[in-house]
Design a protein around this ligand. Structure first.
Ligand code: FAD
Length: 103
């Protein structure tokens, strides 16, 4: 199936289609979905020695990961002052640090 029209699809290298899984496969962990979340989880698990299988219904990067704007931000979609009011200073700061660490 072709990717939906996007910058990523227009500039991607040609990749041969990955054939559907047939028969039985055994793994320590089965990850459903090959977007950023699933691929990152699979990579980190594999690096720790787990045998991982990733199942994707469409194609790698088919979902939001293959259509986003590519902007990096450290915030949590809520103003830091609002987070402090709702969660307290310590947890608001932890959320900020989490965002910084993930970039
Ligand atoms: C238009 C748009 C713009 C965005 N812009 C930005 C931005 O600028 N900066 C930013 O940081 N974030 C942005 N985002 C958000 C970001 O793209 C997403 O948070 C991120 O890609 C989510 O990744 P994901 O792996 O969790 O989900 P997805 O990338 O959606 O991956 C989920 C995958 O699971 C597969 N799947 C679903 N159900 C099944 C099933 N039952 N079996 C097998 N496979 C299945 C789907 O086909 C898909 O490939 C944007 C999102 C959109 C839609």
């Amino acid at each position: 199936m072709a990717y939906p029209s996007s910058y990523y699809a227009a500039t991607a290298n040609d990749a041969s289609p990955i054939l559907p899984l047939k028969g039985e496969v055994s793994a320590d962990v089965c990850v459903i979905g090959a977007g950023y979340t699933g691929l990152s989880a699979a990579l980190h698990l594999a690096e720790r020695g787990y045998k991982v299988t990733v199942l994707e219904a469409e194609r790698i990067g088919w979902g939001a990961s293959g259509r986003n704007g590519g902007q990096l931000g450290v915030g949590q979609r809520k103003d830091q002052r609002e987070l402090e009011k709702r969660l307290g200073r310590e947890w608001a700061h932890r959320l900020w640090d989490l965002g910084v660490e993930s970039n």
